[in-house]
Design a protein around this ligand. Structure first.
Ligand SMILES: *Cc1c(COP(=O)(O)O)cnc(C)c1O
Length: 375
């Protein structure tokens, strides 16, 4: 059994993917081929944003947003403490300071009470200027955007939705990657919609920002590539990756999202009496980048992981260290007590095999072994 079986997906979609790849290769347009534009149109329609700008990866997508907002030294950007390093790293790379906010113990996403406290604390200290909030749709579940937007409005901050894990999720009828002033996603192979290499996208309704990002991602181009009006990046999505994404997109929308939701329901149905299973608030829809249990203790988590491994069942710890505990951020001098939920989750979470091509039998085998495990 694989934790996330990308080969099984390839085998299921082989004829579409092979055809798309060969067509793209034969076309000779390896950079900015027509597949890239077509993909952007399809993603805009799906997400319900006005603009989609594809780019080289999900980290660059975040960077492009921060660059458009000219975030830099002296600025504070509020980031959930419990996330993948990219969310925080991009802030530091622009010379700004990430402020690590604790997360909600049930949703794993940024805690809006802690967020408001962190903003007030930053303001009262007077050293940094609050500029933006990066909310992450962790494990596929959209963050609490109704509450986040209200706080952003109150303190006049921009909202950047890091939807790297959240593509395909929704709150009511509104799709993930449409909640931020700018939203981003990643097409890294293991994300909900993955390509066969690196890829990413930026979404926004703002025409001016969209133009600016289209320029930034191609060396700050003006009227053409050899007219450079600003300092930019080389951050294009390859034609081949766009072709792969186009060939996977129908199955993603029409089948895979349903399949991961059914698998999640089965896990929850079988495990929730004994363990803390993921919480999906009313009206929220997850794209299930991960299915994550919360165990009682670190020891129990580690023993269960070991036990499952012995039975050929792969699991992962996302994430073993919150941002504040990373060596790269030791200079910010956070303590575990400042963000107790993030600390505690890093000790107790365990993510189970999750992908659209897991069979019911496989899910049941994972559950049988977990229920057999002597706590
Ligand atoms: C994967 C990920 C990213 C970065 O995406 P890449 O395409 O790998 O650069 C950013 N934020 C989160 C939360 C992620 O999980």
């Amino acid at each position: 059994m694989q934790f996330r079986d990308l080969i099984k997906q390839y085998e299921a979609l082989k004829s579409e993917i092979d055809h798309a790849l060969l067509t793209a290769v034969a076309s000779g347009h390896y950079i900015m081929g027509k597949e890239v534009t077509e993909l952007e149109h399809r993603l805009v329609d799906y997400v319900g944003a006005k603009h989609c700008i594809t780019c080289a990866n999900g980290t660059d997508a975040l960077t492009l947003a921060l660059k458009v907002w000219q975030i830099g030294p002296g600025d504070a950007v509020f980031v959930p403490d419990f996330t993948f390093i990219a969310t925080a790293e991009v802030v530091s790379l622009e010379g700004a300071t990430p402020v690590f906010v604790d997360v909600d113990s049930r949703s794993f996403n940024i805690c809006t009470e802690s967020l408001e406290k962190a903003i007030q604390h930053t303001l009262s200290e007077g050293k940094l200027t609050p500029k933006a909030i990066i909310a992450v749709d962790l494990f596929g579940l959209p963050a609490n955007y109704p509450a986040i937007s209200e706080i952003a409005k109150k303190y006049q901050l921009w909202v950047l939705e890091d939807g790297a894990q959240g593509f395909g999720g929704a709150i009511g009828q509104q799709k993930a990657c449409s909640f931020g002033d700018i939203s981003t996603t990643s097409f890294f192979p293991a994300k909900p919609l993955g390509c066969y290499g690196d890829g990413g996208a930026v979404f926004t309704d703002n025409d001016e920002w969209a133009d600016h990002i289209r320029s930034l991602k191609v060396h700050g181009k003006g009227t053409d590539k050899y007219d450079n009006v600003r300092i930019g990046l080389n951050s294009r999505l390859d034609t081949l990756q766009a072709a792969i994404l186009l060939s996977k997109f129908e199955a993603f929308k029409n089948e895979e999202l349903d399949q991961v939701n059914q698998i999640a329901s089965l896990y929850t149905q079988r495990l929730s009496t004994l363990y803390t299973t993921p919480w999906i608030p009313d009206g929220y829809y997850s794209s299930w980048a991960q299915y994550t249990l919360i165990m009682e203790t670190n020891d129990q988590r580690n023993k269960l992981q070991h036990y499952l491994k012995g039975h050929g069942i792969p699991t992962m710890v996302y994430y073993p260290k919150p941002m504040h505990a990373q060596t790269a951020y030791a200079h910010l001098n956070y303590t575990a007590a400042q963000n107790p939920v993030s600390h505690s989750l890093s000790q107790t979470v365990l993510s189970l095999p999750m992908h659209p091509y897991l069979t019911e039998e496989e899910v049941n085998r994972v559950c049988d072994k977990i229920l057999e495990f002597d706590r």
